[in-house]
Design a binder for this molecule. Structure first.
Ligand SMILES: Nc1nc2c(ncn2[C@@H]2O[C@H](COP(=O)(O)OP(=O)(O)OP(=O)(O)O)[C@@H](O)[C@H]2O)c(=O)[nH]1
Ligand SMILES: [Mg+2]
Length: 209
């Protein structure tokens, strides 16, 4: 996969703003401050496509980015202690309606900070993805914060904790580009899965006509 051009499309606050495309939609999700917006910038080779911030809770809307072959939806982060109960409920509603309609996404990249044990919010989120039968890849960010020899064993320990196979877990650094090749390969895989799904849908509608 070669990423040539990426552009911001629009933000959506709720169901009425969610977008549909005739190409795969990949949701980027994870705890607040884990590096979702930085990740989008890293794969786009751009510094300021998605707004990043040191203050958790920066992204409150679903932000869509067009990468030509696919679309990325940057989702608001969860688990931010300082937001009000009302805000949290609003977040839960937005996310729930986003996941409930499978036209809203084809794959999820769930980002975790490699230095932290997955917590109850992360596990709930994985249960959520499984419940709605959404294929996902776990991406451990901030690998630059560990020594090179610690990256693989730490990522493997997280994969074991979450009962994930090796192919479903990638360690990356948004700072120095570590793991980017693996992300590009994964994007090829997501594209191929989307194309076979479309082919199967076409075959099925042909049989029924
Ligand atoms: N060292 C290091 N810092 C990172 C990495 N990725 C993100 N950061 C930093 O972590 C902070 C949060 O990054 P964001 O990309 O804004 O995180 P986010 O998940 O989009 O946050 P919300 O939108 O608030 O949910 C920023 O200060 C980034 O510079 C990484 O791979 N390595
Ligand atoms: Mg963000």
């Amino acid at each position: 996969m070669i990423i040539k051009n990426a552009t911001f499309l629009k933000s959506a606050a709720d169901k009425s703003g969610f977008m549909h495309f005739d190409k795969p939609i990949i949701a980027v999700c994870g705890r607040s401050n884990v590096g979702k917006s930085s990740f989008i910038n890293m794969i786009a080779n751009r510094n300021k496509l998605a707004r990043t911030s040191r203050d958790p809770g920066r992204t409150r809307l679903v932000n869509y980015f067009d990468f030509e072959q696919f679309v990325i939806a940057d989702l608001p982060g969860y688990g931010f202690a300082q937001v009000s109960k009302g805000e949290k409920l609003k977040w839960a509603k937005t996310i729930e309606s986003f996941f409930a309609d499978n036209k809203n996404l084809d794959h999820a990249f769930l980002l975790l900070d490699i230095r932290r044990e997955p917590n109850a919010d992360d596990i709930d989120f994985i249960n959520y993805l499984n419940h709605y039968i959404i294929p996902f890849t776990v991406i451990c960010t901030k690998a630059d914060k560990l020594s090179k020899t610690r990256i693989k064993p730490t990522a493997n320990a997280i994969a074991n904790r979450l009962c994930l196979g090796e192919g479903n877990m990638i360690a990356i650094s948004n700072e120095n580009g570590y793991g980017k090749e693996k992300i590009l390969e994964r994007l090829d895989f997501v594209m191929a899965a989307y194309q076979s799904k479309m082919q199967a849908d076409d075959d099925e509608s042909g049989e029924n006509s």
